[in-house]
Write a protein that binds this ligand. Structure first.
Ligand code: ADP
Ligand code: TRP
Length: 332
């Protein structure tokens, strides 16, 4: 019998899950469950770097859990849990922080971007930046390393976090021997970064998302907001510069994409018509899941129960690994 590789990924409950999360992380993660041992979780302590409303945070945890389950996650096959239920992760994060060069975190994109924005506005470089944001990559490394992870399905924006995780794991193994598996990111070349309705990266933090299991009406509204230029129906358009076309190509068949590309270039297809087609295409993909989502979100006890069971299974994996780490560093 061949030993299955271990896949792990997490999503922050920091807003409504969107089609970028689905295409970049959830769908590839669910595909991996066919031939991997899978550990997928809700990164609620990562969300604490930005979310201050405790009621909202709880709602968003339920929203994300229902989304994973409605997208097809089977909790009998996948260890599915909430990060905050696994104390081993937080103990490991302190240990790892002691082996991480501060300079490595200074270069982390999201911290660096926040500093650069402050400098641009002639503010104090660290204004409004909490230590959690700075420390974020270490907590993420702990999430991954505490579970012997081989592969991490994520979107392009997480590439640097995976590089940092690998650096930290290697530093630990150099100092104490081969304790950690060195994980690899799985980033689908064809997905990379899904644009939001305003053309920037689709993100819960930018208010520019196409929500995944929202009502048909909300879906229509979000798609209608995708920004395009003002070319009329008959004018030729450049598919490679158009965010609407880019989102469309993640849902249409190869044949239809080619047809639409040709119509864009010759003129004769209006943005409004393509938006209508896109709504139907997305609706086709999500309509089954939407029903499951709606029934789950009204059955919170079931979600609680699934996450508690998942946490028990997860601790049975992270517990022994932490024993090994404590032993390696001379704490036991
Ligand atoms: P957000 O930026 O919306 O807060 P998260 O940071 O919680 O999303 O990301 C969860 C997962 O979804 C990560 O693997 C991330 O790379 C992926 N992801 C998020 N936004 C996109 C996007 N626009 N395109 C592709 N993948 C994405
Ligand atoms: N940082 C990831 C994001 O913003 C979420 C995350 C937290 C994660 N821990 C992780 C992803 C571990 C993969 C593995 O999207």
């Amino acid at each position: 019998m061949t030993v299955k590789k271990i896949a792990l990924t997490g999503i922050k409950p920091s807003g409504s899950p969107h089609i970028g999360n689905f295409l970049g992380a959830i769908k590839p993660a669910l595909e991996l469950t066919k031939d991997h041992e899978a550990r997928y979780f809700i990164a609620d302590y990562h969300a604490l770097t930005t979310v201050r409303d405790k009621k909202l945070l709880k709602e968003q945890v339920y929203d994300l859990a229902a989304t994973w389950l409605a997208a097809g996650l089977n909790p009998d096959e996948v260890v599915f849990y909430r990060q905050s239920d696994i104390p081993e992760v937080f103990e490991l994060s302190w240990i790892l922080s002691c082996l991480t060069a501060k300079g490595l975190l200074n270069r982390a994109h999201s911290y660096k971007d926040s500093v650069d924005k402050n400098i641009e506005k002639a503010k104090d470089p660290d204004e409004g930046i909490n230590c959690g944001l700075y420390y974020y990559p270490i907590l993420m490394a702990s999430d991954i390393l505490a579970f012997n992870t081989d592969v991490v399905p994520v979107g392009q924006d997480q590439k640097q976090h995976l590089e940092i995780t690998r650096d930290i794991a290697q530093a630990f193994n150099m100092a104490y021997g081969e304790v950690f598996t060195i994980p690899n990111a799985i980033i689908h070349e064809d997905v990379k970064t899904i644009p939001g309705v305003d053309g920037r990266k689709m993100s819960k933090s930018y208010n520019n998302v196409i929500p995944l299991f929202a009502s048909q009406q909300e879906l229509k509204k979000a798609v209608s907001q995708i920004v395009t230029d003002s070319k009329g129906v008959d004018e030729p358009k450049d598919p490679d510069q158009c965010k609407l076309f880019s989102i469309y190509s993640h849902f249409a068949t190869v044949k239809d994409i080619e047809k639409t590309r040709a119509k864009y270039m010759s003129g004769g297809l209006g943005y409004g018509d393509l938006k209508k087609e896109l709504v139907d295409l997305i609706d086709n993909v999500v309509s089954e899941g939407r029903k499951t989502y709606e029934s789950l979100i009204n059955n919170r006890e079931r979600i609680d129960w699934i996450l508690e069971e998942g946490a028990e299974k997860a601790r049975m994996i992270a517990g022994p690994l932490l024993q090994k780490v404590r032993h390696a560093i001379g704490m036991q």
